[in-house]
Design a protein around this ligand. Structure first.
Ligand code: NAD
Ligand code: UD1
Length: 336
């Protein structure tokens, strides 16, 4: 029996495959390599010392995706595959709805056809919109402020509806906060194509000398130093959360929703300082205007994941920055 990992060649997916293989699960990966490379999966095999089947397939190609179900005994699915660039989602909403929602519908229909009763879904802290109160709990109000966020909210709703209609289904909605860092080996890491939107990939490219400085989006927020505060979580801790989610699903029918963060908030200035310490280089910055749609401060209440999944993040900010730098300095051109 195997776990089908959609988007398994991507940043979070590849780290999760390593943890699953280490924990004794068999995996099958489906990915179209739109934002990744098959080389990442070769690296997963190297780290874990285990082989697994891979399917190069678009989630929208249902007959192609069906092969993974036909040719393997799949008993659960972890669904990472999708598009995730907020700005692009504003420009191309239909592409985001078609890919993220359409891909999920194909997957769910195949799960019904092949009697697969467990799905773990990559949701996001983006479903909390601009939170009125922090830390955010799983009960905090939900809203979407861009099409990407709307796809996450809609897919959460679709999965809950499917669970209500099919009581033997186990659905785990994992709301990730801000994943950073990389595997200790330096073989896997975040490898975004084009100019990065997120803070850490941008900071690391400044440290590499690719960009001259970090644009700090706003220095006048009501936070500890005026810059935006987020809950950064080590991607290996996040990967472990998926192993725990499968354990939860094995024992629980129903829909579980969990925040996966550290519960700590760090400002942009604190991140830049931690990264400078990790790489031993200066990371110049300029404070610019606020980015539209940004919340001043977001961090998670993770008590539910601790209580019900027996999961908590254990890696701190210095380790996250050290591991991120280890990857980018060894792979300045990404994973090829
Ligand atoms: P990623 O882009 O590195 O990984 C996504 C993978 O899905 C890639 O390998 C890509 O090639 C694949 N993919 C995309 N469209 C596909 C399609 N149509 N068919 C098949 N494969 C397709 O992103 P990631 O950071 O690893 O994120 C994984 C999931 O977690 C996404 O659903 C994302 O929305 C969600 N998430 C990410 C973050 C974050 O900050 N990285 C935060 C919250 C939620
Ligand atoms: C972004 C996404 C959000 C997604 C999350 C995790 C936007 C508007 N939101 O949120 O939907 O769920 O990533 O993938 O893109 N910053 C800078 N300079 C930069 C980049 C970022 O100052 O070049 C600041 C931001 O203003 C923010 C912090 O750094 O305060 C973190 O930004 P980012 O990494 O983009 O994550 P989120 O804002 O949490």
């Amino acid at each position: 029996m195997a776990v089908l990992v959609t988007g398994g060649a991507g940043y979070i997916g590849s780290h999760t495959c390593v943890r699953l293989l280490e924990a004794g699960y068999d995996v099958v990966v489906a990915d179209n390599y739109y934002n990744s490379s098959p080389a990442a999966l070769e690296r997963v095999k190297k780290i874990s010392g285990r082989d697994f089947k891979t399917y190069e397939v678009d989630m929208l190609d249902k007959p192609g995706l069906e092969k993974a179900f036909e040719e393997n005994r799949i008993d659960s699915v972890i669904h990472f595959a999708g598009l995730k660039a907020v700005g692009e989602s504003v420009e191309k909403p239909l592409l985001y709805y078609r890919t993220n929602i359409g891909g999920t519908l194909n997957l769910l229909e195949l799960m019904v056809k092949y009697g697969v009763n467990t799905i773990v879904f990559s949701s996001s802290a983006t479903v909390y919109g601009i939170p009125e109160k922090v830390p955010v709990t799983e009960e905090s109000p939900l809203s979407a402020i861009n099409p990407y966020g709307m796809t996450k909210l809609n897919i959460e709703g679709i999965l809950r509806d499917c669970q209500a209609a099919q009581p033997d289904l186990s659905v785990v909605l994992l709301r990730y906060f801000n994943p950073i860092g990389s595997h200790k080996s330096g073989l896997l890491g975040e490898d975004p194509k084009g100019i990065p939107n997120n803070l850490l990939p941008y900071v690391s490219r400044v440290a590499l000398g690719i960009y001259p400085h970090v644009n700090v989006y706003g220095g006048d927020y009501p936070t500890k130093d005026g810059t935006g505060v987020r809950d950064y979580i080590h991607v290996v801790d996040l990967a472990e959360g998926h192993v725990k989610a499968l354990g939860w699903a094995a024992e629980n029918k129903g829909a579980g929703v969990f925040n996966l963060g550290t519960g700590e908030g760090y400002s942009v200035f604190e991140i830049i300082a931690a990264f400078e310490k990790a790489c031993g280089r200066r990371v110049p910055y300029q404070v610019t205007g606020r980015r539209a749609g940004d919340a001043p401060i977001v961090f998670a209440d993770c008590r539910k994941a601790k209580a019900e999944l027996d999961w908590a993040a254990v890696r701190g900010i210095d380790e996250m920055c050290r591991d991120a730098w280890n990857f980018v300095s060894k792979n300045p051109e990404g994973i090829k």
